[in-house]
Design a protein around this ligand. Structure first.
Ligand code: HPA
Length: 276
């Protein structure tokens, strides 16, 4: 009996049970039983939430099971339910847990699993990132076509063999390009951070086929695919990656580049989301 009870306790604490609990709270607080699409808005993308549609409800992330309010400047901490003009419901997650926070990879992908538990079939993951292609000036939005996961971690536990061949859905990228045909794309390389890369690490990423360096999206995309969602990934190039430009990197400049680009890329994202 003791073992049985222990099993029960363990089951109620699986990451999926926690995501289901979070989804229940979101459904209760928003009165929307099912969301169609979810977005994680990284640095530079937050304003998109105001342009996607009519905000039905906004919940402090800290009120939802498994979420902690973000302590990173430039990362807001709410979960918003938005009704789009086409009648679809979007869930906007403005709270991201980064791998470098050392809260474990379950915490990193909890928002994605919650989005899936809320019913979302499409997960839009956005971030601010460094660019390896030197013609990507700060403020350029780029579609993510694939990734290199250099975190040495995975959100999948046990023998969970998930196909990642078309992880960043070519169908969704095509739709995004119908909105802006000039959108370039590239391979996102996730480093652990929180330090920015050394120039040598950026050269390594480039040699391995990478074009964008960041600290978030790859682990989330894997969890989204495991949950059966289709993934659209977008990076805002906030800076050229270390050593690509001779300029040193600063978090302040990364945030400022995001703020400068925000109106344009947020409008772009709102149009893309309406077409998904
Ligand atoms: N590297 C990693 N993450 C980032 C960068 C970068 O250059 N810029 C913004 N986020």
């Amino acid at each position: 009996l003791r073992r049985q009870r222990q099993m029960c306790i363990r089951d109620s604490h699986t990451p999926f049970a926690l995501a289901t609990d979070a989804a229940k709270v979101i459904a209760d607080q928003t009165s929307i039983s099912r969301h169609d699409i979810a977005l994680t808005l990284g640095s530079g993308w937050a304003k998109a939430a105001d342009l996607i549609g009519e905000t039905i409800a906004e919940i402090p992330a800290g009120d939802v099971p498994g979420f902690a309010s973000s302590g990173v400047p430039g990362h807001t901490g709410t979960i918003r339910s938005i009704k789009m003009a086409n009648g679809k419901h979007a869930l906007v997650i403005g709270a991201r847990t980064h791998f470098y926070e050392d809260k474990g990879v379950r915490a990193v992908v909890h928002s994605v699993r919650t989005a899936a538990a809320c019913g979302a079939k499409v997960m839009v993951l956005t971030n601010g990132a460094g660019g390896i292609k030197d013609h990507w000036t700060p403020g350029t939005p780029v579609l993510i076509s694939d990734h290199l996961n250099l975190t040495a971690s995975s959100p999948l536990e046990g023998a969970t063999f998930i196909d990642l061949t078309d992880l960043y859905s070519s169908r969704l990228r095509d739709i995004a390009r119908t909105i802006d045909p000039t959108l370039d794309e590239g391979v996102y390389v996730q480093f652990r951070g929180p330090h920015y890369e050394t120039p040598a690490e950026v050269q390594m990423a480039k040699t391995m086929g990478g074009h964008i360096v960041g600290m978030s999206t790859a682990l989330e995309a894997i969890a989204a695919r495991e949950a059966g969602m289709e993934v659209l990934g977008l990076s805002l190039i906030t800076n050229l990656a270390a050593g690509i430009s001779p300029e040193p990197l600063s978090h302040k400049e990364v945030i400022e580049a995001g703020q400068m680009a925000e109106p344009v890329i947020s409008a772009l994202l709102a149009k893309i989301v309406a077409a998904l």
